[in-house]
Write a protein that binds this ligand. Structure first.
Ligand code: GDP
Length: 429
């Protein structure tokens, strides 16, 4: 019986999509439990290169059941367009199940996201403008629309009317826009409802029945630990919890169902959007790492924005693995570091008051923190064809050992390229 949460230990973009795609091969279910179309998982396989935003990463295997759980921000249009793109690329029809309790991202959420980011200007949070923060604000203010509401005309009208009451005050008086009525939104929602109908079901019972039968289930996290609203770099966080602890809640499983937490750790650091990022690089050093990183440089899968990059941050990653509750680590992008004669890693933070710490500080103390560097030997060769741990050069193995001792979790996978087969599974010895 395995229920594995695959989660990010950093700021996101660690390569979770690749890991989920690989591990999906032996799974019955892949479940998205939080977030919406605001982050992308890049997957490269025999069908091509895909950036999945809403679809679970099991969609390339026709027998895997892909579930959009109740905890997600369901962008119906993005979901169905992504499915169409896959089919047009020759991917066999995936099995897709969308929770009838998942709440819908409305066009007005996207509009509010844009208007607010515009209003904030340079004080903005670097939103991807997919409506996620206004969506979750509505959800917890009890103004959200569940997928099942789309089919109850009277209820839908009433819920929209209630939701628009306060929004219209902001639209008119804060943003200088014209107010909206339910009828401005209803035609699009009715059309979305019809397109969504074939995929909608009661996914919670489905998973609750599957897991005691020993079916293997992957719970796929979006973004990473440092974007968690409680434990991350608030307010530069996302609006739902990307932690493994939330995975059973957002999926609809008991908390004790999760048997394994695979924390995906990147061999260097990258981050999209604003917020403190202690090991960040600038200038030519950053440009070189950005150009060499990922499968085609470090550019956001959702926005195309250049990602901020830096060296591996042991302080942040240890904390990330801890709050994720990682039971094993997949270390990704190790191949990227092959150009370096020696590799800097951040082992401590010097805070503004002059103290040095190796513990991830609270946000008020994080601002202005400077990295304390340590250097590890580089291996100066191409790792992208390595298939076993033993084949890796001594310096690469030392780097892995360093990461392992820094985060206190065993590295059980080492990824040496974006493709499925570029993955080393480490034996138990
Ligand atoms: P996710 O959101 O965690 O799935 O990560 P993204 O897809 O946003 O970013 C990860 C990037 O790294 C993508 O471009 C992947 O194709 C790429 N990638 C994943 N693993 C590796 C690896 O081991 N080596 C290299 N060079 N690229 C990788």
């Amino acid at each position: 019986m395995t229920v594995t949460a695959i989660v990010g230990a950093n700021w996101g973009d660690e390569g979770k999509g690749k890991m989920t795609d690989v591990l999906s091969a032996n799974s019955s279910y892949v479940v998205r439990y939080q977030g919406g179309s605001n982050a992308g998982h890049t997957i490269i396989n025999e069908y091509g290169k895909f950036a999945l935003h809403m679809l679970p990463s099991g969609v390339f295997y026709p027998n895997v059941k892909n579930v959009i759980g109740p905890g997600t921000a369901l962008d119906v249009d993005a979901l169905l367009k992504e499915r169409e793109t896959l089919l047009a690329s020759g991917v066999p029809e995936p099995l897709l199940y969308v929770s009838d309790r998942a709440q819908i991202v409305l066009p007005i959420h996207r509009l509010f996201d844009e208007l607010e980011e515009e209003r904030l200007g340079v004080r903005g949070f670097g939103s991807t403008k997919r409506g996620i923060a206004p969506f979750y604000a509505d959800k917890y203010a009890k103004l959200g629309i569940q997928a099942a509401d789309l089919y109850e005309e009277e209820r839908l009208h009433r819920r929209l009317t209630q939701s628009l009451e306060t929004k219209n005050v902001l639209l008119e008086h804060l943003y200088g826009r014209r107010p909206l009525q339910p009828d401005d939104l209803l035609p699009e929602l009715r059309e979305q409802a019809e397109r969504l109908r074939p995929f909608l079901c009661e996914t919670t019972s489905m998973l609750q029945e599957a897991y005691p039968k020993g079916e293997s289930i992957l719970l796929e996290g979006q973004l990473g630990a440092l974007r968690d609203p409680d434990h991350g770099i608030y307010p530069y966080s996302t609006s739902s919890s990307p932690l493994a602890g939330f995975a059973p809640v957002g999926a609809g499983l008991p908390p004790y169902a999760v048997t394994d937490v695979l924390a995906v750790v990147k061999s260097y650091s990258s981050c999209v959007g604003a917020g403190p990022f202690v090991s960040e690089l600038e200038g030519p050093e950053a440009e070189e790492l950005r150009r060499r990183g990922g499968d085609a440089g470090e550019y956001g899968a959702t926005t195309g924005r250049p990602r901020r990059v830096g060296w591996f941050d042991a302080v942040a990653t240890r904390y990330g693995c801890m709050v994720q509750g990682g039971t094993e680590v997949a270390l990704t992008n190790l191949d990227v570091l092959g150009y370096l004669a020696s590799i800097p890693v951040c082992v401590g933070y010097k805070l503004q008051d002059g103290t040095v710490t190796d513990r991830f500080p609270v946000n008020a103390k994080l601002e202005g923190a400077k990295p304390v560097w340590h250097r590890l030997p580089g291996w100066r060769c191409d790792l992208s064809h390595a298939q076993t741990f033993e084949e890796l050069p001594e310096a690469a193995r030392q780097y892995i050992a360093f990461v392992e001792s820094a985060v206190n979790v065993r590295v059980s996978y080492v990824s040496v390229g974006p493709k499925r087969e570029q993955l080393i599974r480490r034996g138990m010895s």
